[in-house]
Design a protein around this ligand. Structure first.
Ligand SMILES: *[C@@H]1O[C@H](CO)[C@@H](O)[C@H](O)[C@H]1NC(C)=O
Ligand SMILES: *[C@@H]1O[C@H](CO)[C@@H](O)[C@H](O)[C@H]1NC(C)=O
Ligand SMILES: *[C@@H]1O[C@H](CO)[C@@H](O)[C@H](O)[C@H]1NC(C)=O
Ligand SMILES: *[C@@H]1O[C@H](CO)[C@@H](O)[C@H](O)[C@H]1NC(C)=O
Length: 393
């Protein structure tokens, strides 16, 4: 059996570990060289759009070949697209990683997710009208992120799946999904020019439990790899992207940086959390609650306005049904600052065991009983472990 410590040092993806394990009886130290690409995905750089290759990952390792492609255009756009080039620009302009075929578990398909976007024009699938029911965009000095609520069945994620993490690493360094590329126009180096996109080297996207968080770290920042840390794949959005996003509210905010995922302060001492190995079973307790960064200048929007471009591409869907509107919800107001305690923190999926389904979501929530019930249901059904209600609340 490969040593878990070996994989922990190189990657977050548990499914990737499983894939590697299943192909060899040799110890990790003797893993075949061809299991790893000559260049890790996170070290490959391509200019957009001029330098985009057909596939960023031309290799054929233990997980096979890249399932889709990165060269995406008008001929690839639509709901059968296998485009694996994604964007996170703004509240109205981002993509999420989700499966290519309906009723899929993230854990089963993490190597093959495709880009589902809020705007046409980039050769991808489009998130159907009404799927998004609340989104918060957050700009901080070192990253931008979107956190939100989604009917995940509309983007092919099986109902009830609490999901997992996508990131450009993985046990075999080929990324999840394999060959996935992410671009943004949101950083200062773009000088406000929305038509230039730079590659984001470090990012993470948790999908599941009808929630998501997707963070892209400024490649010019000194701590991109820390803010977009990829090793805490079992503890979800509440720890990797602590936030105050609310279902039914669409808003764009500015905020301070969060603490690095997994790093917290206890009694004045800075402590780094160690995520237990999957083999030790479900995570039933956490030694800390992630600090909620202060935010400000939250500007509310109506969902139908934000995603109107997509609505026009789905003519048979009533545009009036496009999700919850922000009406009447004065979430963070214009001057929200930090942890009011009145908001909902998203906890999109913690990553699963390789056998799927047994993940747990760690969310600090209030007023999110449906999701909470679903989480507890999953946990009770699979692991038999009853997680502390006090902790979740
Ligand atoms: C459009 O994308 C497809 C799929 O990647 C590719 O085969 C084709 O060459 C592209 N067309 C152009 C004009 O770039
Ligand atoms: C760039 O996009 C943002 C977000 O959609 C928008 O607020 C801004 O006005 C745009 N900038 C320009 C120069 O068009
Ligand atoms: C978000 O709100 C919508 C509309 O009320 C609801 O259907 C959905 O279940 C909620 N999602 C979550 C994750 O609570
Ligand atoms: C929202 O909150 C702000 C700041 O507290 C307040 O000035 C404004 O009147 C509120 N708007 C609504 C619609 O409640």
């Amino acid at each position: 059996m490969p040593s878990l410590a070996f994989f922990a040092a190189t990657a977050a993806s548990l499914l990737s570990v499983a894939a590697a394990q299943s192909t060899t009886a040799a110890p990790a130290a003797a893993a075949p060289a061809e299991s790893f690409p000559a260049t890790p995905l996170a070290s490959k750089h391509f200019a957009y759009p001029s330098g985009i290759p057909y596939q960023a990952d031309p290799d054929d390792g233990v997980r096979g070949r890249q399932s889709g492609y990165n060269l995406c255009n008008s001929t690839t756009e639509g709901q059968t697209s296998l485009c694996q080039t994604s964007f996170l620009n703004h509240l109205d302009d981002f993509c999420l990683w989700a499966p290519a075929t309906p009723d899929s578990l993230i854990a089963d398909t993490e190597g093959e997710e495709v880009a589902w976007c809020t705007k046409p024009g980039r050769g991808t699938r489009l998130i159907p009208p009404g799927a998004l029911t609340g989104v918060q965009f957050m700009r901080t000095p070192d990253y931008v992120q979107v956190v939100g609520f989604i009917d995940q069945t509309k983007i092919n994620i099986k109902d009830g799946d609490s999901g997992g993490e996508l990131d450009p690493h993985g046990a075999d360094l080929r990324g999840n999904p394999l060959g996935s590329l992410v671009y943004s126009n949101a950083f200062p180096s773009n000088n406000g020019n929305n038509d230039t996109f730079q590659q984001v080297i470090e990012w993470h996207n948790f999908m599941g439990g009808n929630q998501f968080c997707f963070k892209v770290c400024d490649p010019a920042g000194a701590n991109a790899a820390n803010f977009c840390q990829h090793i805490y794949d079992r503890i979800g959005c509440a720890y990797n992207a602590p936030n105050a996003a609310q279902n039914g509210t669409f808003e764009a905010c500015e905020g301070e940086n969060q603490d690095f995922p997994g790093v917290y302060t206890s009694n004045g001492a800075v402590v780094t959390y160690t995520q237990p190995a999957e083999s030790l079973g479900a995570i039933t307790t956490m030694p800390y609650t992630a600090r909620l960064p202060a935010s400000s200048n939250c500007v509310p929007f109506q969902s139908a306005d934000l995603y109107a471009a997509v609505a026009s591409v789905f003519p048979t869907t009533s545009s009036t049904s496009s999700g919850a509107s922000a009406t009447g919800t004065n979430s963070s107001g214009a001057k929200s600052s930090g942890a009011s305690g009145s908001k909902t923190a998203s906890g999109a999926g913690a990553s699963n065991t390789a056998n799927a389904g047994s993940s747990m979501m760690l969310g600090r929530t209030k007023g999110q009983q449906g999701a909470l019930g679903a989480v507890l249901g999953v946990m009770a059904g699979v692991s038999g472990v009853v997680f502390s209600i006090a902790f979740l609340a």
